[in-house]
Design a protein around this ligand. Structure first.
Ligand SMILES: [Mn+2]
Length: 291
C-alpha cells in the first residue's frame, strides 16, 4: 500500500507509533478560533492549514541531523469552540492544564492571539518562575478592546498581569500602549532597532531579560510580510526567517523553554508558502526546545 495514502491526518503525517498520545513527548493542540479578529478573519483556518502543509514536510532536519518526530509528536483533536473570548480562553486553559499534567510539552496552534492567555496561565501554574517571550508586530497591550479584556489586542497586557513579558518585533502600538510600556518598565525590542543591530546584540539582551522557564508566543505577523503575508493585520518591516530561528536556537541554549504557540495564520487561497513557513517553524521549534 502507498504509505502516504495510509498516513494519518496529523502534524507531520507521523505514523501512529510516533504520534500516539501516551508515548509522545509533544502534544499539539489546534484551536480554530477567531471571534475577535479586527480586520480580516480567517485565523480559524490556521491550524488546519499548518497541519495540512506539515504533511508534505521532510521530517529529517538537515541542520540537527535528526528526525524530531521520533521523540513522539501527538496532534490532539481540534478544541471545541465557543464564541465568547473569555470562555474560549478558559477552555484553552483547561486543555493546556490536562496536557501539562500528563507531562507533555505543549504546542498550541491558533487561531487568534487571545488564546495565548489560556496557555500562559496554565504554564504559569506549572512553572512559577515563568516569563513569556512575546513575538509580534503589535504591542497587544491594550487594557480592553472591542468591549472585551480578552480581545486579541489585549493578550500581552493580560499575560503581563501574571508574569514578566519580553516583547520582540514590535512595530505597531497605540499611545496608550506606549505609555503603559514605559510605566511598567518591561523590555521591548522594536523591529526598527532589530533591523539596525547587525551584531545581533539585541538577542542576548532579550534572552537575558527572561527568567529561567520561558513560554514563547509567536504571532506570525512578527515575520516580514514578504515571507508571511497570510495574517489578519499585516505590518511592513518584520523579522526575517533566519533571524527568528537564530533567536529561538540561542534561547533554547540558555533557557528552559516549557511550551510555545504559533498563532494568527490566516491562510490565503492560492498561496500556500506561508502555510509551509508556519509548519516548518513549528517543527524547528520542537527540535530546538524538546531535544
Ligand atoms: Mn499581531
Amino acid at each position: 500500500m502507498n504509505p502516504h495514502f495510509s498516513s494519518p491526518f496529523n502534524f507531520g503525517a507521523i505514523p501512529r507509533e510516533f504520534s500516539d498520545y501516551r508515548k509522545s513527548r509533544v502534544a499539539i493542540l489546534p484551536v480554530p478560533y477567531d471571534s475577535t479578529t479586527s480586520y480580516r478573519p480567517g485565523t480559524r483556518d490556521g491550524p488546519h492549514a499548518i497541519i495540512a502543509a506539515s504533511r508534505s514536510m521532510e521530517l529529517y532536519d538537515e541542520k540537527a541531523r535528526a528526525n524530531f518526530s521520533e521523540m513522539g509528536i501527538c496532534t490532539l483533536d481540534e478544541l471545541d469552540i465557543v464564541t465568547d473570548p473569555e470562555r474560549m480562553v478558559g477552555r484553552v486553559y483547561e486543555a493546556a492544564r490536562q496536557v501539562l499534567s500528563d507531562g507533555k510539552f505543549l504546542v498550541m496552534l491558533g487561531g487568534e492571539h487571545s488564546l495565548s492567555f489560556g496557555t500562559s496561565k496554565a504554564l504559569k501554574e506549572a512553572y512559577p518562575d515563568l516569563s513569556v517571550l512575546h513575538i509580534d508586530a503589535h504591542g497587544d497591550m491594550r487594557e480592553e478592546n472591542g468591549g472585551s479584556r480578552f480581545d486579541h489586542g489585549c493578550v500581552a497586557r493580560r499575560i503581563s498581569e501574571i508574569c514578566p513579558v519580553v516583547q520582540v518585533g514590535i512595530r505597531s502600538l497605540s499611545g496608550e500602549e506606549a505609555d503603559f510600556i514605559s510605566m511598567s518598565g518591561h523590555r521591548v525590542f522594536y523591529a526598527y532597532d532589530i533591523a539596525q543591530d547587525t551584531d545581533g546584540k539585541w538577542m542576548e539582551e532579550a534572552i537575558g531579560a527572561l527568567s529561567g522557564s520561558v513560554y514563547v508566543t509567536i504571532d506570525l505577523d512578527a515575520l516580514d510580510t514578504g515571507i508571511m503575508p497570510s495574517v489578519g493585520t499585516p505590518e511592513p518591516g518584520g523579522l526575517q526567517w533566519y533571524t527568528l530561528l537564530r533567536l529561538m536556537e540561542r534561547l533554547s541554549q540558555r533557557k528552559n523553554v516549557v511550551g510555545f504557540d504559533v498563532v494568527e495564520l490566516a491562510p490565503q487561497p492560492g498561496n500556500v508558502a506561508p502555510d509551509f513557513t508556519a509548519a516548518k517553524l513549528v517543527y524547528k521549534l520542537i527540535g530546538f526546545f524538546c531535544r
